[in-house]
Design a binder for this molecule. Structure first.
Ligand code: AHG
Ligand code: MN
Ligand code: MN
Length: 336
């Protein structure tokens, strides 16, 4: 019989390599996995569960909330708050830090998350996901405030996402490579299917929302112009384009077969007082951790994303990530 490695088995075996490990991480990731299974089920049921459509409300960032944005935020919190592992949480859907209710013990970790990424795709039955980032809580802090979450991505102890696609996959890193687990619905377990994922250094595929082209900065325009020029242009190669509109799904594709995921700074965003489109703490940082651990690069164009010093909980950043050689070229264009 072929032996399988469940997510729990994988984490327990990985922890054995660290004599000081307490097993706490196994428990944390199990809880996160349970939250993702619940969300996978809700997303999968769609209209049958009555979860589609607008919630007729806005989140802190002035974005229309879907019913499922709110429900998934609640499901995620409810699945992990009781465990005693977390001292506080922050989410895309909540303005302030979420304090752990008094009846539960306080733990040593902080978690930030985007409970439902790509939520504009829910109502049209296209892949969405969940993104999370785990930090250590400063030792002397019992009631973490936003300040305690404002730490560069290099301090993450775990970054991960769950993709609710044609199958449900949990992909994560603790700084020791990237591993992917597929949900086996028949036994309700995530099974290791993609060990030590690596992003090819070269690629001929990119993902960007081209409708923003006229607002981009010069280096970005130059780079995309050259790709679009194809065989007849300076790159002498045809490139292909894909844009799902769910960061999780677009990044998962580049993790599987190489590629670029680009949401650059543009004039429209800066006119709105925004520093980018995607959020640093619960979108850009965990995804950058994964991409770097898989051998890719993640940059704002001017700086490594994971080295950006955060100044606020819902801060945004430009995101250029994916296959190493192409991201390097794009960063070089920004420096010229
Ligand atoms: P969210 O649904 O969590 O707000 O995130 C949506 C993000 C990201 O997933 C996606 O890549 C991007 O927004 C799409 O933006 P555009 O609609 O501007 O293309
Ligand atoms: Mn998102
Ligand atoms: Mn979201």
């Amino acid at each position: 019989m072929k032996s399988t490695t469940t997510l729990s088995k994988f984490i327990i075996e990985s922890e054995r390599n660290f004599p000081t490990a307490t097993g706490e991480f196994t428990s944390i990731l199990n809880d996160v996995a349970i939250a993702c299974k619940k969300l996978s089920d809700l997303v999968n049921m769609g209209a049958l569960a009555g979860v589609l459509g607008s919630a007729e409300s806005e989140n802190v960032q002035g974005e229309q909330q879907k019913k499922l944005d709110i429900i998934s935020n609640e499901v995620f919190i409810e699945s992990i708050e009781w465990s005693g592992h977390f001292a506080g949480m922050a989410s895309e859907e909540m303005q302030d830090v979420y304090a752990i209710p008094k009846e539960y013990p306080r733990g040593r970790y902080l978690i930030t998350f985007d409970p439902l990424d790509g939520s504009s795709n829910i109502d049209v039955n296209v892949s969405v996901g969940t993104i999370f980032s785990i930090l250590r809580c400063p030792d002397d802090v019992d009631q973490p405030t936003a300040e305690d979450f404002l730490r560069p991505g290099t301090e993450q102890v775990c970054g991960g996402y769950c993709l609710y696609g044609s199958s449900t996959m949990l992909v994560m890193t603790t700084g020791n490579g990237v591993n992917g687990f597929t949900l086996d619905r028949s036994i309700g377990e995530f099974i290791l299917t993609d060990r030590d994922m690596k992003i090819p250094e070269d690629t001929r595929e990119f993902a960007i929302n081209m409708s923003n082209m006229r607002h981009w900065e010069a280096p970005m325009r130059r780079y995309i112009d050259e790709l679009v020029a194809g065989k007849e242009g300076v790159r002498e190669t045809d490139f292909n384009m894909r844009w799902i509109g769910s960061m999780v799904a677009d990044v998962h594709r580049l993790l599987c077969r190489g590629g670029l995921f680009l949401y650059p700074m543009d004039a429209k965003l800066s006119a709105q007082g925004k520093e980018g489109r995607l959020r640093l703490l619960y979108e850009a940082n965990p995804m950058s951790f994964i991409v770097e651990q898989a051998g890719g690069l993640a940059s704002t164009g001017r700086q490594r994303i994971m080295e950006v010093e955060p100044h606020s909980l819902h801060q945004r950043v430009p995101v250029l990530m994916g296959s190493k050689n192409e991201i390097q070229r794009l960063v070089d264009y920004h420096q010229e």
